[in-house]
Design a protein around this ligand. Structure first.
Ligand code: FAS
Ligand code: PHB
Length: 390
């Protein structure tokens, strides 16, 4: 098979890239190792920056998001039993976020790919990039026991943290930065009305908690757990009891609980791989960087990678202008590192770290007291949360 842009991974990054390029008449093939159902069964991000929403609109896949997504003008931080509202809209001159699950984003992207007869090959095993340092790179994969090859101009690695594309960059070229946090997030989906109209991020001495949602009928809750904790250690009853112990009284007394429909533990990690390009292989999304979910930046930093790379590809094919491709890695990393900083900062602000001492706890208290007392401090949080410019 021959195409212009070969994409590894049919998560949100790969599907959005494919959809945007196809709409500009640029051919793509997406190779995904799992089934569509498997990809859609993953429950992950919940908050979309306005930049991501605009990119979905440009890709013509935003109709359901605009109809069903929940516009949020702010969120609460609960500390020492009190809720402090961060007025995103007021502090950023009108910017807001959309609460719309990554599962729905991925569903909408798949539907759009189907409508355009986009080529997304599921069950592609042992996908391998080849000759990425040449003008004629290609991909190989096996499907139902048969070997296949896709010749392309460019390969885009949208295959997440455990994918193959980053590992195809020579070790002596790749520079990696990593911080693994000593805690995880135990997340639960429950078919219940959210405890509050807006998100509540909780800093409690027993640990972090987050009250989020997917719709007026579907709630998403998290509690900080130990890094080596396991889902089977947590019955629903244990989860609800621990969450209520961390919530401020008004929320703890009104939360509606039910049997969970999904329960997983996500590890917390900061990670960046540089450069995000090697020859004619480009990395985008989790393939190149990971953030702890505290700042809701995972999916949203994948979006700015896709924005930069999509425009660079269009400039190449339409205007024979390669400046965007040449500057992609540097430009994408500049915004990725700002998301890394914010996610690291918000994680340290809201979690209790094993081994922290009295000084650490006092600094955290002062950081929160300063945040709640300073418009400048809240404005800084707000402009990062709604999304820095692309
Ligand atoms: P993805 O990992 O979503 O997609 C990569 C795709 O490539 C997958 O479908 C995979 O099957 C495929 N693939 C991998 N290797 C392959 C190979 N060798 N060949 C072919 N295909 C291959 N972000 C938030 O903002 N908020 C959250 O609460 C949040 N929670 C998360 C929880 C978990 C457990 C994880 C892992 C991530 C979470 N994230 C969260 C971040 C998440 O939303 C990512 O940022 C987002 O999925 C990034 O999308 P992609 O870059 O498309 O990567
Ligand atoms: C979610 O709804 O899953 C969610 C929201 C905000 C975050 C992380 C996760 O910071």
């Amino acid at each position: 098979m021959r195409t212009q842009v070969g994409i590894i991974g049919a998560g949100p990054s790969g599907l959005l890239m494919s959809q945007l390029l196809h709409r500009q008449g640029i051919e793509t093939v997406v190779l995904e190792r799992h089934s569509r159902d498997y990809v859609l069964a993953r429950v992950r991000a919940g908050v979309l920056e306005h930049g991501f929403a605009d990119l979905m609109r440009e890709a013509q896949v935003a109709e359901r998001m605009d109809a069903e997504g929940l516009i949020h003008d702010g969120f609460d931080i609960a500390y020492e039993g009190r809720r402090h509202r961060i007025d995103l809209k007021g502090l950023t001159g009108g910017n807001t976020v959309i609460v719309y699950g990554q599962t729905e984003v991925t569903k909408d992207l798949y539907d759009a790919r189907d409508r355009m007869d986009g080529i997304v090959i599921h069950g592609a095993e042992d996908v391998q990039p080849h000759d990425i340092g040449t003008e004629m790179p290609f991909l190989t994969y096996s499907l139902n026991g048969e070997e296949h090859r896709v010749d392309c101009d460019y390969i885009v690695g949208c295959d997440g943290f455990h994918g193959v594309s980053r590992k195809s960059i020579p070790r002596d070229t790749l520079r990696e930065f990593e911080k693994v946090y000593p805690m995880g997030w135990l997340g639960v989906l429950s078919p219940t009305p959210p405890v509050s109209d807006e998100l509540i991020y909780v800093n409690h001495e027993r640990g972090f908690a987050l009250c989020s949602m997917r719709s007026p009928e579907l709630s998403r809750y998290y509690v900080q757990c130990s890094a080596d904790d396991r889902v089977e250690h947590w019955s629903d009853e244990m989860f609800w009891e621990e969450l209520k112990r961390r919530l401020p009284d008004d929320a703890a007394s009104t939360i509606v609980t039910a049997a969970s429909t999904e329960k997983t533990i996500a590890p917390l990690r900061s990670y960046v791989a540089e450069p995000m390009r090697h020859g004619n292989l480009f990395l985008a999304g989790d393939a190149a960087h990971i953030v702890p979910p505290t700042g809701a930046k995972g999916l949203n930093s994948a979006a700015s990678d896709i924005f930069y790379l999509y425009h660079a590809m269009v400039d190449h094919y339409r205007k024979h202008d390669d400046s965007g491709l040449e500057s992609y890695s540097e430009r994408a990393l500049a915004r990725v590192w700002k998301a890394e900083r914010f996610s690291w900062w918000m994680t340290r602000l809201l979690h209790h770290f094993p081994g922290e001492d009295d000084f650490d706890r006092r600094i955290q208290k002062i950081e929160l007291d300063y945040l709640f007392s300073s418009d400048a401090a809240m404005k800084s949080l707000a402009e990062n949360y709604v999304g820095l410019p692309y």
